[in-house]
Design a protein around this ligand. Structure first.
Ligand SMILES: [Zn+2]
Length: 79
């Protein structure tokens, strides 16, 4: 029984490590300018920066930041 518990902990640690591979909000914030610029130029950002895209799908805060950057860049492009 105790052995099983230890295995479960190991498994959870593995999951946590996998999660560390994902971008944090700070990471995304740093990459967002680049992401938005590529997107505005029509690049396939989903393929180029999938981790940022993934984070934006999951994180409302970063998505709102992304939307305001997009709006600002589109406004610049029009004027
Ligand atoms: Zn975030």
């Amino acid at each position: 029984m105790e052995e099983n518990a230890a295995m479960t902990v190991n498994f959870l640690e593995m999951l946590a490590m996998t999660k560390e591979d994902e971008h944090s909000c700070a990471d995304v914030y740093e990459l967002l300018d680049q992401f938005v610029e590529l997107k505005v130029r029509g690049a396939d950002v989903d393929k180029l920066m999938p981790k940022v895209k993934h984070h934006l799908d999951m994180c409302k805060d970063c998505f709102e930041e992304y939307e305001s950057l997009m709006a600002a860049l589109e406004f610049e492009a029009e004027n």
